[in-house]
Design a protein around this ligand. Sequence first.
Ligand SMILES: Nc1ncnc2c1ncn2[C@@H]1O[C@H](COP(=O)(O)OP(=O)(O)OP(=O)(O)O)[C@@H](O)[C@H]1O
Length: 315
Amino acid sequence: MAAIETTALTKEYGDVRAVDGLSLTVEEGEIFGFLGPNGAGKSTTINVLLDYVRPTSGDVSVLGIDPRERPEEVRARLGVLPEGYALYDRLSARQHVRFAAQMEGVDVDPETVLDRVGLDAADADRAVGGFSKGMTQRLAFAMALVGEPDLLILDEPSSGLDPNGAREMRELVRAERDRGATVFFSSHVMEQVEAVCDRVGIMNDGDLVAVDTVEGLRDRLGSGSTLVVTVDAVPDTSGVQAIDGVTDVTVRGDVLRVSCTDPGVKADVIERVSAAGATVRDIDVEEASLEDLFTEYTNAGAGPESDASTGVSEA
Ligand SMILES: Nc1ncnc2c1ncn2[C@@H]1O[C@H](COP(=O)(O)OP(=O)(O)OP(=O)(O)O)[C@@H](O)[C@H]1O
């Protein structure tokens, strides 16, 4: 059974079609990154999953349940870190976690949960009105973890976190996946997503324009890689340029940057550089980052057009 399944899901607000025929499957036990520029339809989709918003048409299933029919049953098995959560300024972190536990009907030790998100015993008893943004985010995350949810839905989980906090968040997400939970999160921080997600889906203007592993997205775009070769003295590069699968060669100082569409040509490149009389001092391979791919898939008209090339199937 899929953790999340939407079929031809559409949500219109008046004239605005926020989500347009979305068919998406998130498998149990995966970490799935849900990406897209502002206004792409991510929050609307999440709100439909939580039954905060009713779709105009289409079907939705969360943990095998239609949230429109049994919203309480779905929510009892979810841990949610919403985009605009509200905390009670005068209550302590400990009280917040106790409250989350009561809502879930479980018994937890607040300090253990708070410790997981990096809040210590002294933090536990402070009124959260005095918390920094990052501490508030950690607390909201702790509340989502209460009750060992089967599915975590996290909207921008690294918002407000410093680099250490963001790394800890990634470790927690992995630990939750290893426990058996599914993690579905939206984010604009591509490095975070690339570092932790098993698969990603990219929304653009209400459409799912791509869904795959980051590696798969690279392959689909044929974005190839760049071989960065440092030499003792720059040779004549025409032999390298002539290799089938090499699209561009640029030289800067003692560094050659060779763009390859075919990963199999790297050895040929090194051989021809050496044959041209240069000694190779260092070799590096740069691949398109998720940020590069995101730009290609979401820039108006620049992404691949056909569904066959994106891996997105029609409903
Ligand atoms: N309650 C609403 N009433 C009218 N239009 C809405 C409402 N909620 C969202 N929209 C519109 O639906 C579209 C999708 O918005 P949504 O918030 O789902 O995007 P998003 O991908 O979550 O964006 P962001 O990254 O900025 O959070 C936008 O055009 C937005 O203006």
